[in-house]
Design a protein around this ligand. Structure first.
Ligand SMILES: [Zn+2]
Length: 234
């Protein structure tokens, strides 16, 4: 008579499933490879990161605000948007910001096989290199969804996988004041903050609230003695 897995076996299987789910769905889980989600080196420095752009309306507003305060940030751009609005990516680079890869189409990667994951990452990075001449050193997975090969493939392309430790749901458009208040309430030394200057699923999506929140975010961070930095360079 087969005894199946037994209690211990089922518990182990459950644990393995739980770990796999954690690796898939938790943005900073190390199970599928290391993830940079905090600035290294300590100190009261934090990094603002902007995903899903460039966007013809919100990205110039974000860049204007960063420029007005002489602050550098990191943009995880989509390859298809970079190709459509290449001047905005070139402006990011010209103004000292870091540009990372967020894939080409914003497809969720966790259900894709290695060949499709590689195609998506390579297409995103190729688009960035074509429009601004520099190969991205960082990769952030759409929705942070990964599987066993996503970070391996990113690494093989010379890109460190990046997560975040503070997300404020700015894409729900709760109002610029709420976005700024959430950042200032959640910030810690070394925080990598997730914000959005584009919409990964809707090219017409409106991210202007995030741009409008930036003066309060930057002034609030400075008042709390934080410095702002892009992700570390090469
Ligand atoms: Zn995204």
């Amino acid at each position: 008579v087969g005894r199946g897995l037994g209690v211990g076996g089922w518990a182990l299987a459950g644990t393995a499933l739980g770990l796999a789910a954690h690796g898939l769905y938790h943005r900073n889980s190390p199970i599928f490879g290391p993830v940079l989600h905090r600035l290294p080196g300590g100190g009261r420095r934090v990094a603002l990161t902007f995903d899903d752009g460039p966007d013809p309306v919100a990205t110039p507003l974000v860049l204007d605000a960063l420029c007005a305060y002489d602050v550098r940030a990191t943009f995880f751009v989509l390859g298809r948007a970079a190709e459509r609005w290449p001047d905005l990516v070139r402006r990011m680079v010209a103004e000292g910001h870091r540009v990372g890869n967020h894939g080409y189409t914003h497809r969720k990667l966790h259900r894709l096989g290695p060949a499709a994951v590689r195609r998506e990452l390579e297409a995103g990075a190729n688009a960035i290199e074509r429009v601004c001449g520099a190969w991205p050193r960082y990769f952030r997975a759409p929705h942070a969804f990964r599987n066993p090969w996503v970070s391996c493939i990113a690494r093989s392309l010379g890109q460190t996988t990046v997560g975040w430790c503070l997300g404020v749901w700015d894409s729900d458009r709760p109002g610029a004041e709420v976005i700024a208040a959430r950042v200032l309430a959640g910030i810690r030394p070394g925080s990598v903050v997730l914000l959005h200057d584009g919409d990964g699923s809707d090219l017409e999506g409106d991210r202007t609230q995030t741009a409008m929140a930036l003066p309060d975010i930057i002034e609030g961070l400075w008042a709390r003695h934080y410095g702002l930095a892009p992700l570390p360079g090469p």
